[in-house]
Design a protein. Structure first.
Length: 293
């Protein structure tokens, strides 16, 4: 009876989310029930009050979205206010903007190098970080975009994990799993006001989370976030990225999502990394780490 009651509560919240989306945006996309095994807090499924109305897209006209263009008001905890997913982001498949020259071959290419001063200067590393530059490695590797083309990504990881990470992303490339972006984020980018639409696949980030008292695994280069918009973090009524609530419906499978038993989970588990999508709470569907943090 308790399990049946929990399923009924989730259905009611999903019905409310759908109704709110229809009233506010005119978008009639279906929402599916979230499996209770995921243990997603029901409060995270509510359509937040004060969500901005989204205009309808005229028939035959592609809707555009400029990532990072519209800052969100902040909550008391410093995160952005969680809002319902705009129609342009409900099935997000943006083409990749190349920051590095694309691969010269359609086969997987990769390289592992020490971190140069130039790369370090455009990363989030600083002297207080829990690792020294010589403990990190600079990876370049091929990835498939949502445009089905091969692109070159870059990532900083711990030297002890560099080859395992290359092996994982080789499997993702060969499986055709799409990534939107893979680049190193500078400190200034991480400190920008929240816009709720960030979607960068990234390893090392020396940036303590709000409310954390110890460095997370990513600050050691021992964790990676994959397509965070398609695979958000959920903690109570907080969803990060803040516009990604549509992707809490894990039964509604869309390109770029990480699913239990899928190619991303299999590749990381073969490397003995742990998946945040199985955490009892909070849940982080795009997060993989060596130690489960």
């Amino acid at each position: 009876m308790q399990h049946r009651g929990r399923r009924l509560i989730v259905r009611r919240y999903l019905s409310g989310l759908l109704a709110g989306a229809i009233l506010m945006s005119g978008h009639g996309a279906a929402y599916h029930q979230i499996p209770t095994a995921q243990q997603i807090p029901a409060s995270a499924l509510r359509t937040p009050a004060g969500s901005a109305a989204q205009p309808k897209t005229p028939p035959g006209q592609a809707q555009t979205w400029i990532v990072g263009a519209t800052p969100l008001p902040r909550r008391k905890d410093g995160y952005g206010v969680v809002r319902s997913t705009p129609p342009a982001l409900i099935d997000r498949r943006f083409p990749t903007a190349d920051r590095l020259p694309p691969p010269t071959s359609n086969t997987f290419q990769s390289a592992i190098n020490p971190v140069s001063p130039e790369v370090l200067a455009r990363s989030s590393w600083k002297p207080i970080c829990p690792v020294k530059p010589e403990q990190l490695r600079y990876l370049t590797m091929s990835f498939r975009g949502f445009d089905a083309r091969a692109h070159t990504g870059e990532m900083l990881v711990n030297a002890s994990a560099a080859q395992a990470v290359i092996d994982v992303f080789r499997k993702l490339f060969n499986a055709g799993f799409p990534l939107e972006q893979m680049h190193i984020s500078p400190e200034a980018e991480l400190n920008l006001p929240p816009t709720g639409d960030r979607n960068n696949t990234e390893g090392f980030i020396c940036h303590a989370g709000r409310g954390q008292t110890q460095w997370p695994a990513q600050a050691f280069g021992l964790a990676i976030d994959i397509n965070p918009f398609h695979n958000p973090y959920v903690n109570g009524d907080l969803v990060v990225p803040e516009l990604a609530s549509s992707y809490l419906s894990r039964d509604r499978v869309r390109s770029g999502m990480i699913l239990d038993g899928g190619p991303v989970v299999r590749a990381f588990e073969a490397a003995k990394w742990k998946w945040g999508g199985r955490w009892p709470g909070p849940v982080n569907f795009g997060h993989f780490s060596v130690d489960g943090r």
